[in-house]
Design a protein around this ligand. Sequence first.
Ligand SMILES: [Zn+2]
Length: 315
Amino acid sequence: MADFVTHIATSSVLGAAYGAAAYGWYDVPLSTSLLAGGLCGVCGMLPDLDSGSGRPLRESVAFAAAVVPMMLLERLRTFGLAPELLVLVGAGSYLLIRFGLAWFLKHFTVHRGMFHSLPAAGAFFLIAFLLASGQETALRWYKAGGVLLGYLSHLVLDELYSLEWVRGRWKLRRSFGTALKLWGSHAWSNLLSYGVLGLLVVVVFFEPAWMEGVQRRYVEAQAKFWESQRDRLAALENVLTQPHSRSSSQQPESPSKQPESSVSGQTPSRPDAAPSSPSGSPPSARPTGSQPSNPTGSEPPTAQAEEGTRFRLWR
Ligand SMILES: [Zn+2]
């Protein structure tokens, strides 16, 4: 049986080649190539989740607990969840994997059981596809391919290590055929493995169309939201520009108008109203009441009157 370091080293070399080939020959984005290569490297230890204890279980579970919520994040964002809910779902899935899955694996799996089998490799391949985010289905399959490659490298290596060279000829160990197998010796675990695989096949078959519908609804909702924001902005701009224009048009008249009305006690709105009121204001101030709407040649008297009224108000 190959040890932990041999498995990780083999899958990491394969992962590096997998990422580099896609980046170099197929113009796959660098981040996607790196992620797929990294997944391949890590998944070299995935089948040993059934080891019951030890490093593979601990490392795989810790890695999955950290990475799965991050992979789910973009997925969940598509459903339009609030940021607080995203944090809660992320924390919940971390706890579920870190403790729930670890407990399940420890108590319900047997080493070299169905985790070391081709249907299990297929199931992890499909789970990786479902977890992988992104618009392009081909790139999601590519990322899931990294998981499958890493997983298969483990199974092949386990089988190779069950061959041994004894006295000039190859001899098979008892473990031969327990890794790259289609079914195990327990009917229930076979049934469960193929049941899970069948369910995943159905989900993967319908998922892209379903997600497309969800994404379309999400984009439409986003468009509606931004449209409403644009309307709000336009309304706000109206509110901001209106008082400005009013005040700029009123500013020249208000200083002369206000004192005039307060001093002479008449409404300054009508220009012809000023000559009809003989009492109260001095002759110099009277034209100011009639002038605001008529700016031609009225500046000096207005300023004078303003000075005079201000002086009187202070007294
Ligand atoms: Zn193994």
